[in-house]
Design a protein around this ligand. Structure first.
Ligand SMILES: NC(=O)c1ccc[n+]([C@@H]2O[C@H](COP(=O)([O-])OP(=O)(O)OC[C@H]3O[C@@H](n4cnc5c(N)ncnc54)[C@H](OP(=O)(O)O)[C@@H]3O)[C@@H](O)[C@H]2O)c1
Length: 313
């Protein structure tokens, strides 16, 4: 049995004095627009105060509408919410960064974002087609721009104050080191897949040592196979502390010092996922030492093609 406590309200300070990120965040990778709006609204009502959005999810308008609903009802103020957006692969050329950023602000109906991430380190052919392919179906990359060129344009957005912090997503430790070494404004957040089957301890240690927050996506394993929620170690801890497997996985992520993201379109699960409490030290040890399986669920880090978003064609 674990007692209710303040774990769910944990915030982690960001570098450069750029505020603090709620550790427990809600992701909006939800293909259906109506489901996006309802789930985002339910997440805000349940207590989530961090939203992860992306141009590539093609639902920023619906997330924006859900935020407006709670703002207008006087339930939450904009300053109480941490909103993150992401720059898509087709907008890596420096001159495309600002227009893409401004389009996101407009769709989200906000004046600033708390965090802007480069969605992946892969630049695709610039243009309106988010998934450009050649005649044989191969992705068309853009060799004319480097990740550092894009980073410089991200830094300019921070200078103008419309974006409080910037970060990287779907990157390797080598990418992070490269940008960290060259950046004028250091990455505040590194956003990658992470859960007990992919703990990313080395990356987490590098981030910790350099004042970067690691934000884990697919914190519950994205309902993929093998099912993390059915893992026997997680299930045993859950029974012992009288919580669900999802609550154990989320608490584990917060307690080891990461921010994390979970997503659900099911109202009862959204509430369940915010209702987390601190696990005892022996449960943390059991998960860290007892789970040996290593699985990456999303191959986006290899190609820049999102593994969890169905292709339109
Ligand atoms: N940068 C990137 O490349 C990248 C990639 C992937 C994700 N992300 C971000 O990270 C967010 C989270 O990732 P994710 O969607 O993989 O999260 P996740 O929470 O690991 O997986 C979501 C899945 O788990 C189910 N679920 C949620 N809560 C549950 C519970 N309490 N019990 C049982 N099943 C539960 C959901 O089902 P129902 O909806 O049916 O309830 C959904 O199928 C995304 O929304 C997105 O914002 C970023």
């Amino acid at each position: 049995m674990v007692e209710p406590d303040n774990l769910r309200h944990t915030k982690i300070a960001l570098n450069n004095g750029s505020g603090a990120i709620p550790a427990l965040g809600f992701g909006t990778l939800i293909p259906d627009p109506i489901a996006t709006r309802n789930a985002t609204n339910a997440a805000l009502q349940a207590g989530f105060r961090a939203l992860d959005t992306a141009e590539r999810y093609r639902n920023e308008k619906e997330v924006g509408a859900a935020m407006q609903e709670v703002f207008k009802a006087g339930k939450i103020r904009r300053e109480e919410l941490f909103v993150a957006a992401k720059l898509w692969n087709t907008n890596h050329r420096p001159e495309r960064v600002r227009p893409a950023f401004e389009a996101s602000l407009e769709k989200l109906q906000v004046d600033y974002v708390d965090l802007y991430l480069i969605h992946t380190p892969f630049a695709f052919r610039p243009g309106d087609e988010q998934d450009p392919r050649d005649a044989s179906g191969k992705v068309i990359y853009d060799q004319a721009v480097t990740l550092l060129d894009t980073w410089r344009a991200m830094e300019a957005l921070v200078d103008e104050g419309k974006c409080k912090a910037i970060g990287l997503s779907d990157v390797s430790l080598e990418h992070v080191k490269g940008i960290f070494g060259a950046a004028r404004i250091k990455p505040a957040v590194v956003h990658v897949e992470s859960h007990p089957y992919l703990p990313e301890w080395e990356l987490l240690e590098y981030c910790r040592n350099n004042g970067i927050v690691l934000q884990a996506f697919a914190a519950l394993g994205h309902s993929g196979e093998p099912k993390l929620l059915d893992d026997p170690v997680i299930a045993a801890v859950a029974r012992r502390v009288n919580k669900t497997s999802a609550q154990v996985l989320l608490a584990w992520g917060i307690q080891r010092g990461t921010a994390l993201l979970t997503t659900s379109t099911t109202p009862s699960r959204i509430k369940e996922n915010f209702d987390v409490s601190t696990l005892p030290e022996n449960a943390m040890r059991e998960i860290n030492e007892g789970i040996k399986l290593r699985v990456r669920l999303n191959t986006v880090v290899e190609t820049g093609v999102p593994g969890f978003i169905p292709r339109a064609n």
